[in-house]
Design a protein around this ligand. Sequence first.
Ligand SMILES: *Cc1c(COP(=O)(O)O)cnc(C)c1O
Length: 369
Amino acid sequence: MWQAEAVVDLAAIRANVELLKAKTSAEVMAVVKADGYGHGAVHSARAALAGGATWLGVRSLPEALELRAAGLTAPILAWLLPPGTPLREGVLADVDLSVSSVGQLAELADEVRRIDRVARVHLKIDTGLHRNGAPPDVWPKLVEAAAQAQADGVLEIVGVWSHLACADELGDPSIDRQLQVFHDALATAELAGVAPRLRHIANSAATLTRPDTHFDLVRPGVAVYGLSPIAGETFGLRPAMTVRAPIALVKRVPAGEGVSYGHTYVTARETTLCLIPIGYADGVPRHASSSGPVWVNGRRFEIAGRVCMDQFVLDCDDALVTAGDEAILFGPGDDGEPTADDWAATVGTINYEIVTRFGRSGVPRRYRG
Ligand SMILES: *Cc1c(COP(=O)(O)O)cnc(C)c1O
């Protein structure tokens, strides 16, 4: 290894999906938005399908089209489609589209009439997250308009769905409240003659802890990549991403020397400094300055001083290290190396953000398994 890399263990992704699938009788939609949470959307999608997922979920139309262009034929749902999105391309590529408003439905119907195809639609109800989805007072109108469009042969209502706000907080009362709104919305749809094949609301946390949220389909994301949505519980998931870098240079410096920009770190004694060629442009949070954990030759060290754009320095004390040795920022934790959870705790964020940062930067990705 002569440059930093993110190694993605596809066998782990496969095994994680198998584990999730074993927890439910519902179908599994693997969420591969944000380039598969930084793991690579296409590779992750293939691994997830091999593990038993039957659906793929993404935010945007371009993400869905990327999967289609790679030859993936599994059903795909795209859920964040601002006005002006070329929905027609989505319909032509057999992408299921989420609809949250009557205006959006009209826009879609307009596009579809021009190409003489039937759009596959999932109607979204806002049960309380207050992000996307039709609010309950508008829901009957949306259902009615969609039922009419379905009768006109413009679209097929494949799903009714929603998203939970606090599924990662066990026992949070909002979960039951959202479920109640969801049940009401389904009843309203049924009264309007809408019988969707797929009702879905569960993310990773709900898939792992709330069987009563599974309905016909679950939509795990972070758990697919082996990260737990709930701190302190692993559920047997296996983290798929390892980020590692070669040590570029090793040097001894005396006590009392400032290290990196601003000299915010000063050596307490004569020590060995290692230069690691990866920085905040590559995903290392600048907030990890003087705190980010890094594993070298079986020991954990901390970043010394500020993380720079393209490199940082590690204080390796009197450890025996040589230029070219491997520095692991995080991995599955098998040998005691830090994990994405450790990094998240260190910089005050969530594991989701850690892997997404590294995976979406210029760090080359390598696949195994
Ligand atoms: C991201 C996302 C998911 C997956 O969430 P996780 O917490 O990663 O399991 C599911 N559904 C929607 C709508 C999402 O945006």
